[in-house]
Design a protein around this ligand. Structure first.
Ligand code: NDP
Length: 396
């Protein structure tokens, strides 16, 4: 029987999830795209199909508003691509209405830049008892990077010892400063302390303190900065043999200079200030003046390159693998009118939706991506536009 899919969030990632899912008329009979601003939903729905798409305005911070909408549309599953602040309210509404749940970023309280799964893992018993599935972090990183790791663990290594996730955007959008996904979430992530896993404990660094040149396939060497990224938390939990796990991301000198200035003048702060009698958060104000990530696509050149460098043991011998995807901004735009950062996030979320709707990944409880069978997901990735490659025993 075909399923009913509700997608929440009509931003850059939402655009890709809608366009890809709407082509799955073998799986879905109807899609509801709901977001804060209905006109954005209508614009996306306009050139997506063949699955029929309804649109609606909803405040996803409001559980009751979500429940009312779900009771009307009766979705089988929800893909949440609004902001991480809405994860828990959407999960609550899913529990109340008996709907499966997928997201691409872990819950963050608005007043604290905190990246951890504890808030959502705490829903484990509730989802199990309700016989519902929740799949967390199903974008690229987290998401594909988790599946890349589990794929290597399943097919290539007995034990994983070292994991380095490397994320490069070698694209150029022609603006002097813009973020590739929601600016508020992006800047909160980058301006926090760095953190990595080593010898059974988390080690912290100053923001962007540790950096080194990393060689990216078909891109070349790029300065890459050690950040904390949420998939590290679930991966070291689910692969306890990991001795060291780190996450690296490239930033241009121009991006860092802009960010430093904005930080120095207080524009990246999440502490509310009073301005002309109104309480505003500087970072939210900054978001309002920066380009929307979904507007960057048309003139974006170059490509992204994201992968996992993994070293470990197979039958007592050490081996290393580099598993990665390169994605062209222009190709992503031709396919979905979105740049590659939205594309590489939206495609995996749409695949996860498909695997859940088909029952392949349906099992009660809360799951991180590496806990599910990687094979059907890895098979679909190239079919939906994300070709992956493995380099064996030749670390970059
Ligand atoms: P955008 O800011 O482009 O889009 C977010 C959308 O959510 C907007 O349409 C916004 O509405 C809507 N929204 C925000 N708050 C509410 C609310 N209270 N109720 C209803 N709708 C709301 O962000 P992106 O598309 O770039 O990112 C979407 C998600 O994907 C984020 O959670 C981000 O962290 C995650 N992400 C994950 C990645 C991964 O690899 N795992 C990579 C990149 C992003 P409005 O248009 O009215 O503002």
């Amino acid at each position: 029987m075909k399923k009913r899919l509700m997608i929440i969030g009509a931003g850059g990632v939402g655009t890709v999830v809608v366009k890809k899912s709407a082509r799955m008329d073998d799986v879905y009979e109807a899609i509801l795209l709901a977001s804060r601003t209905k006109s954005k939903c209508d614009a996306i729905a306009q050139d997506a199909g063949p699955v029929p798409i309804e649109t609606a305005s909803v405040d996803a911070d409001d559980v009751q508003a979500l429940v009312t909408l779900m009771n009307r549309f009766k979705p089988d599953l929800v893909i949440n691509v609004a902001l991480p602040y809405q994860d828990l309210t959407i999960m609550d509404a899913c529990l109340e209405c008996g709907v499966d749940y997928i997201d691409t970023a872990n819950y963050e309280p608005k007043d604290k830049a905190e990246f951890e799964y504890s808030y959502q893992w705490a829903y484990q018993e509730k989802f199990k008892k309700a016989g519902l599935t929740a799949i967390l972090g199903s974008g690229f990183d987290p998401g594909v990077t988790n599946v890349f790791t589990s794929y290597i663990a399943k097919h290539y290594l007995d034990e994983i010892h070292y994991l380095d996730i490397v994320d490069c955007n070698a694209g150029d959008h022609g603006k002097s400063f813009a973020t590739n996904f929601n600016p508020e979430i992006n800047i909160r992530e980058i301006t926090q302390e760095g953190k990595f896993w080593e010898d059974g404990q988390w080690k912290t660094t100053e923001p962007l303190e540790i950096h080194q040149s990393v060689e990216y396939p078909r891109v070349g060497p790029k300065e890459s900065y050690l950040l904390f990224h949420e998939e590290l938390e679930s991966l070291v939990k689910h692969y306890p043999t990991i001795k060291r796990a780190r996450f690296w991301m490239t930033f241009s000198q121009q991006y860092i200079t802009h960010l430093q200035v904005l930080e120095n003048v207080g524009m990246t702060s999440i502490k509310p200030i009073t301005y002309q009698g109104m309480e505003i958060q500087p970072l939210q104000f900054l978001k309002a003046v920066l380009p929307e990530p979904s507007s960057l696509g048309e003139h974006y050149q170059g490509q992204t390159s994201i992968g996992c460098q993994i070293r470990g043991l197979k039958q007592g011998e050490e081996h290393s693998y580099f598993i990665f995807n390169n994605c062209s901004h222009q190709k992503a735009y031709q396919d979905t009118k979105s740049q590659a950062v939205s594309f590489t996030t939206g495609v995996p979320a749409a695949i996860t939706g498909r695997l859940l709707a088909l029952g392949t990944w349906k099992q009660s409880g809360i799951w991180n991506m590496e806990q599910l069978d990687p094979d059907p997901f890895m098979q679909l990735l190239p079919q939906l536009g994300l070709v992956w490659e493995i380099v064996a025993d030749g670390l970059l």
